[in-house]
Design a protein around this ligand. Sequence first.
Ligand code: SAM
Length: 214
Amino acid sequence: MNLEEEKRKVIEKLIREGYIKSKRVIDALLKVPREEFLPEHLKKYAYVDTPLEIGYGQTISAIHMVGMMSELLDLKPGMKVLEVGTGCGYHAAVTAEIVGKDGLVVSIERIPELAEKAERTLRKLGYDNVIVVVGDGTLGYEPLAPYDRIYVTAAGPKIPEPLIKQLKDGGKLLMPVGRYLQKLILAEKRGDQVIIKDCGPVAFVPLIGKEGFQ
Ligand code: SAM
């Protein structure tokens, strides 16, 4: 089986298992070449649905997690999205496919080497609607706020206050919360209120920063 066939098979499995269902998310996962975001020796495992090492103690997220997070966020074309934790850039590419040319993905990464590599891969693949920023994503990215959606790809002790502030009214934020036992939390901002929903247990690398773990 070649990588294209393996990709199709894993996505069919994720549809059967109920992780993904909307055409937008399915099309985006089918389009993005996950192998391009992996080191040479791991490219052959691109469509094994598991996190894989990308260096600096960090990982590329599993395919089902990227799909599930995209569904929970209800991403739509034209949205402005903040991603905290660029890593290799794979998840940013999937989001960029969904928000399209009229949308924007601002992705922030604390490890400069990962940010540079992700930016190079995203440019090579033509994702001009992604801006990669080096910094502490627990503080968000004020210059381009407010955002329709914010998601965090590392687990923190709580939802950082700056992220809530930088979310539009009616906007949604998704992030793993907890150190050992983590839960994926969906927060919806409605005026002064934040409505919280627990989307189940997850396992992510730690969110390190001023409003994260030290
Ligand atoms: N989004 C990635 C993908 O496409 O597969 C997965 C990201 S990896 C699981 C989590 C990333 O969050 C790591 O690259 C880590 O360096 C980054 N990170 C941790 N704390 C951060 C912070 N405060 N600000 C920005 N990035 C952070």
